[in-house]
Design a protein around this ligand. Structure first.
Ligand SMILES: [Zn+2]
Length: 236
């Protein structure tokens, strides 16, 4: 991640009063700027908005701050939306998955499925493994030592994230992050996968997350609705 140099930051503060309201929002309030390759170039605070900016526009905005303050980050970027290119959305999902350590619980796959109500899923399968343990002990007339192999099971999770999901609609970072939190909860609980209880737990992980309040209204409503739906199903 690139960082503003300290001297640039100091100068930025000096010229801040000439900025328009939008530009102030970009510099002070904090918006997350990613390039088309999913690299976060500039971020500040907990503002939910994701904006896409090319490397060249970013460098231009940063370097021309005294002579042409109108060439700001905000004006030279576009808010993330459903119509952002699949390649960029794909890179962004990978990047946010990485920021949230998703690969620690499974394999991450980015897919493009035209069903916009499909944000992602998680499939865990048991894979046989062998654990070898050493044994030693005494028997009448001597001692024995050696090793035995014990069959074991490890769970391997495949997590899929969809570039065409309507969770891109509001260009909100937390709509994407919380989708990842949901799938992460599934990956951590492979034994009850596919059940209503599993969905309740995964939606609870989202609902109870500190960042839930920053998600878009639509995403929050969606989560509340699904959470209740599966809670009802789980008790029947
Ligand atoms: Zn789920």
């Amino acid at each position: 991640m690139k960082k503003l140099k300290r001297e640039n930051l100091d100068e930025l503060v000096k010229v801040m009063n000439v900025f328009s309201e939008n530009e102030q929002r970009a510099c002070i309030g904090g918006v997350k700027y990613y390039n088309e390759n999913g690299v976060c170039l500039y971020t500040d605070g907990s503002d939910p908005e994701i904006r896409i900016i090319s490397d060249s526009a970013y460098n231009m905005a940063i370097n021309s701050i005294y002579t042409s303050p109108e060439l700001s980050l905000y004006q030279n970027s576009e808010q993330l939306s459903m119509t952002t290119s699949t390649e960029t959305k794909s890179a962004l999902l990978l990047s946010i998955a990485q920021e949230n350590d998703l690969s620690s619980v499974g394999f991450v796959h980015i897919i493009s499925n035209s069903d916009s109500s499909f944000y992602g899923d998680c499939n865990s399968k048991p894979v046989p493994a062998t654990t070898t343990i050493s044994v030693s002990g005494s028997v009448p007339g001597g001692s024995v030592s050696g090793s035995v192999s014990v069959p074991d099971i490890v769970w391997v999770s495949d997590i899929r994230l969809n570039t065409e999901g309507s969770n891109f609609e509001n260009g909100n970072y937390y709509d994407l992050q919380l989708t990842i939190i949901h799938e992460k909860a599934h990956a951590r609980s492979p034994l009850d996968q596919g059940s209503a209880t599993s969905e309740v737990n995964a939606y609870n992980a989202v609902y109870n997350n500190d960042n839930f309040k920053y998600a878009s209204t639509e995403f929050q409503e969606f989560v509340k609705k699904e959470r209740l739906k599966f809670a009802e199903a789980a008790t029947n």
